[in-house]
Design a protein around this ligand. Sequence first.
Ligand SMILES: [Zn+2]
Length: 110
Amino acid sequence: MSLFDDHFAAKNAASARAWAMDEEKKQKEKREPAPPKMGVCDKCHKEALLRSYRSRQTDVVDGAASFGVVVKHLCEDCAPKSRREKDAEVPQLTNKQVKNLMRSAKKGLL
Ligand SMILES: [Zn+2]
């Protein structure tokens, strides 16, 4: 084996090892989602147990589109749901909307 081959083989083995470690890390992340943490929800600003969600975002600034991944910390109520769940979901009224409805009803507007 020449010196070159030896060097090449060592380099190759190192990158293969790095790749394997990376894959292992990815698998681990997939298996164990981050535990919820107490904090303030990005959407409703309530203090609750939060999970972080990565979402793709497209921004158009001055006519130029930029793509980015935004990490949001959301409570269970605000957590993004799968499309199927979303379709089945009955729209919920917020407390404010309910109060407004009650007020309207009292005034005989309904
Ligand atoms: Zn929330």
